[in-house]
Design a protein around this ligand. Structure first.
Ligand SMILES: Nc1ncnc2c1ncn2[C@@H]1O[C@H](COP(=O)(O)OP(=O)(O)OP(=O)(O)O)[C@@H](O)[C@H]1O
Length: 302
């Protein structure tokens, strides 16, 4: 289990991580989300002993990374898939890591098979696509068969098949009882992959909750409505639901409306409907609403 306790990391005056506490529980995929500059990478680097906390601590099975006897057997990590020696072969790269931890050589073939790189084992890494490098990085993270995994943007560079593959892999790793923490800015992907979300902004915890609860709490319910006579519907909504937005097909998206009340209202005004359905915000929309105030670099529309 990974535990972050009151973690603060300051660079000069600036706090990249500011009093952050959360746990990454075993047996589930935890999505680690936050706008650019929120402090995700700094947090992961601190867990892995690559950054020293200014205050607080990051523990793996109760110990800081530096005090783990065989860290690769406790925690596997993928931080930057590009940070590998291009002149090495895939198997050579893994052999080098395995040797540093006295891991058995057969484990190299196992992890290469697990990530679908068996046929590329003897190819030089410089010839690898970004997607293949991501797979190799995941293979390296799994070498020590660790109980916890930290993956920074693991789907970066993967195609649709690769993204599906990693989703299935993360699920399986969690089902095997591992603690899996995965950062990503691909919200649709996170919504499908993560059971639990930890959301940070400006180095602080904004949410630590199940994906379903996050969507219920921060996502809005919307009602989609379309009428036989679009002009009549437009007039009605202008009067009763000014926040309604036209969808371009004659229909309207009405935030926070009760579909029953809207249907009854349309009937009472003799506006015949052809569509009345409920949708919910996507994780991306819910996330944008929640983090709107904490975005460090915002695109300003003139
Ligand atoms: N070595 C450093 N020296 C100074 N400031 C740093 C350093 N590393 C990170 N920061 C600052 O700390 C803050 C958090 O950065 P961090 O990379 O952890 O964010 P992030 O959530 O991973 O963002 P992104 O999604 O863009 O990767 C940023 O403001 C960043 O500029």
């Amino acid at each position: 289990m990974i535990e972050i306790r009151d973690l603060t990391k300051a660079y000069g005056e600036r706090r990249a991580v500011d009093g952050l506490s959360f746990r990454v529980a075993a047996g589930r995929v935890t999505g680690f989300l936050g706008p650019n500059g929120a402090g995700k990478s700094t947090t992961l680097r601190t867990v892995l002993g690559l950054d020293r906390p200014t205050a607080g601590e990051a523990l793996i099975d109760g110990l800081p990374y530096q005090r783990l006897a065989e860290p690769l057997r406790r925690v596997g990590a993928l931080l930057d898939a590009q940070a590998v020696h291009g002149g090495r072969t895939a198997a050579g790269h893994l052999r080098w890591i395995a040797a540093s931890h006295r891991l058995p050589a057969r484990r190299i073939d196992e992890v290469l098979a697990l990530v679908g790189l068996t046929d590329a084992a003897d190819r030089r890494i410089r010839t690898f696509s970004l997607g293949m490098r991501q797979r190799l990085g995941i293979a390296a993270a799994l070498l020590g068969d660790p109980a916890a995994l930290l993956l920074d943007e693991p789907v970066n560079g993967l195609d649709a098949e690769g993204i599906r593959w990693i989703r299935t892999l993360l699920r399986r790793l969690a089902d095997e009882g591992r603690a899996v923490l995965v950062s990503s800015h691909l919200m649709a992907e996170m919504a499908q992959t993560a059971d639990h979300l930890v959301v940070i902004g400006r180095g602080r915890l904004l949410a630590d909750t199940s994906t379903a609860a996050f969507l219920t709490e921060h996502g809005r319910r919307r009602t989609r409505v379309r009428a036989v006579d679009p002009a009549a519907l437009a007039a009605l909504l202008a009067e009763t639901h000014p926040a309604a937005a036209p969808l371009g097909d004659g229909g309207y998206d009405v935030p926070d409306a009760d579909p029953g009340e809207l249907g009854a209202l349309a009937a009472s005004r003799r506006v015949a409907l052809v569509e009345l359905s409920v949708t919910h915000d996507s994780l991306e929309e819910a996330f944008m609403r929640m983090t709107a105030d904490t975005v460090e670099y915002r695109t300003v529309t003139a």
